[in-house]
Design a protein around this ligand. Structure first.
Ligand code: ADP
Ligand code: MG
Length: 516
């Protein structure tokens, strides 16, 4: 039975597995495409359409179509559709179910075990939400893997024979992130530093193009109501400018038509003009890239051997040109839209293999390796390889300084600490016969120890022995797993929006939905 890798993208999602020749292969959907738009159209509270048809329906019924749901992952936001409230986890689960159904249509097998990828800068709540989305879809989520690691795996880091450092530049549909990885001689992968922007992707390029096109339209038809005031026109413009943008990656100019309020404009845009009106967006990605390289230098990685371009938006020629200009090194662009799904499939295979071995089932591990066409040498390589990951963000505990009368965050785990990480801290009761100490675990989102630079991710109560005097000490050990889950003394903390019961209820609901 195959194990799967899923790139649950902001704008497009893909599913892959390792085929009988040992190569990762992306499963085409029933429309024949390798990427399915991450759009969900709610026909009824229990009936949805996912993918291209949903994205197209957005033109006529925008209020019934959900897209960019990945940006809401880990946030306490819900959407009401046909009277039912849906969480981001559930909506993502619907996308996953569609990918699973496409695999079933092609192979007859329903995926159960899968690795799902997330941007490297996703914090604990977002990673947990992604894990829960998988569970709601009925998957056994083997791991939640950072997209740059997945990309590096599919770009051949699997076969590293010498130590090297890699810069991954991932410009997708809704997010940008850039990561420096070091691949050790033994194949171990270290995440050295990572930075990103949660709302910078192809969609922003589309928006610039839309503004440009609409301005030209208004110049030609000054009397008509503004096209952005009509949601149907907005959706129509969105799909037209995205198509125009793709053409501009190949051609020097493109003409698109805008129809609104009975008026038509044919607007011609050159690639040069497009690059001019989006230059500051590209600048931002370059600034973030320089910052991630500077941080890597502080961690003794001062030479980058390879620059990998990932994400559909990295197909825009300006990206490679600009990186070559500022870094003096040409990036590699190969399969940027599918690299993440393929790498996730390779990771799913490796993890499953290593898990079987560690569970004392070498025969099963070997048959999996044979099924996937691995040679004995490749098998040995995988068996001995481990991926070292670092915490994307730091964690601390909210403390009150009575003398200065201010709150600050006492650090527990620093960003870029090797995972799994643990830290033990002592807490003291403040009055006699105190029954428990309440602690609030904060995830760092800014630079300082100020609570404003953090967000609350979990709360816990530490019980105290009866009749404890003020100042009683309690030692507590915090842990962060490789997948980013938080635990106190081995007990998982609820860092996501959903409890285990809510996940189960959502799974039952989704299982009974009709998903096309
Ligand atoms: P995500 O993982 O964020 O969903 P993808 O990596 O699938 O994103 O990239 C999707 C983005 O790539 C979309 O904004 C799409 O318009 C853009 N894109 C895809 N192909 C091209 C192309 N040839 N030129 C420019 N942009 C492209
Ligand atoms: Mg992506």
């Amino acid at each position: 039975m195959a194990v799967y890798g899923i790139d649950l993208g902001t704008t497009y999602s893909s599913i892959a597995y390792v085929d009988a020749t040992g190569r990762p292969s992306v499963v085409p959907n029933t429309e024949g495409d390798h990427a399915t738009p991450s759009a969900v159209y709610f026909e009824a509270a229990d009936k949805v359409i996912v993918g291209t048809a949903a994205a197209q329906t957005a033109v006529v019924e925008p209020e019934l179509v959900v897209d960019l749901i990945k940006r809401a992952m880990g946030k306490h936001e819900t959407l009401v559709m046909h009277g039912r409230r849906f969480t981001p986890e559930e909506i993502s689960a619907l996308i996953l179910r569609r990918l699973m159904a496409d695999v079933e249509a092609l192979t007859g097998e329903t995926p159960t075990d899968a690795v799902i990828t997330v941007p490297a800068y996703f914090g604990t709540p977002e990673r947990l939400a992604t894990m829960q989305a998988g569970q709601i879809a009925g998957l056994n989520v083997i791991d939640v893997l950072s997209e740059p690691i997945a990309a590096a795996l599919s770009y051949g880091a699997l076969n590293a024979s010498s130590e090297r450092a890699i810069l991954v530049y991932d410009l997708g549909g809704g997010t940008f992130d850039t990561t420096v990885l070091r691949i050790a001689e033994d194949g171990d992968i270290h995440e050295i530093s990572t930075k990103g922007h949660p709302a910078l992707g192809g969609v922003e390029w589309d928006e610039r193009l839309a503004e440009y096109v609409v301005d030209r339209f208004m110049e030609e038809h000054p009397g008509v109501p503004h096209p952005f005031s009509d949601p149907t026109t907005v959706q129509d413009i969105r799909s037209r400018v995205e198509e125009a943008k793709r053409h501009l990656s190949e051609a020097e100019e493109y003409t698109l038509r805008l129809v609104h309020a009975g008026e038509v404009s044919a607007v011609t845009i050159t690639r040069a003009k497009f690059e001019e009106i989006t230059r500051d967006l590209l600048d931002t990605t370059i600034e973030i890239t320089m910052a991630v390289l500077a941080e890597a230098r502080e961690r003794d990685v001062d030479h980058i051997d390879q620059i990998l371009l990932v994400g559909g938006s990295s197909r825009m020629p300006a990206v490679a040109a600009r990186l070559t200009e500022v870094l003096g090194q040409e990036p590699i662009l190969h399969d940027p839209d599918l690299a993440v799904a393929k790498g996730a499939a390779l990771h799913a295979l490796e993890e499953t293999y290593r898990r079987l071995v560690s569970l004392g089932q070498p025969a099963e591990a070997q048959s999996l390796a044979r099924f996937c066409g691995l040679s004995p040498e490749q098998e040995l390589y995988i068996a001995n390889r481990s991926i070292h990951r670092v915490a994307g963000r730091g964690f601390g505990v909210l403390c009150h300084d009575a003398v200065a009368n201010r709150y600050h965050v006492m650090p527990l785990i620093k960003s870029d600490d090797l995972l799994p990480a643990s830290a033990t801290r002592t807490f003291y009761s403040s009055y006699d016969s105190q029954k428990e100490i309440g602690i609030q675990i904060m995830e760092q989102v800014g630079e300082s120890d100020d609570p404003a630079d953090h967000r609350l991710v979990a709360a816990a109560t530490l019980p105290l022995p009866p009749d404890s005097p003020a100042g009683t000490a309690v030692d507590v050990t915090f842990q962060v797993s490789t997948a980013g889950a938080l635990e106190i003394e081995g007990i998982p903390l609820q860092t996501g929006a959903l409890s285990a019961e809510e996940v189960e209820a959502a799974r039952d609901y989704v299982a009974n939905m009709r998903i096309a």
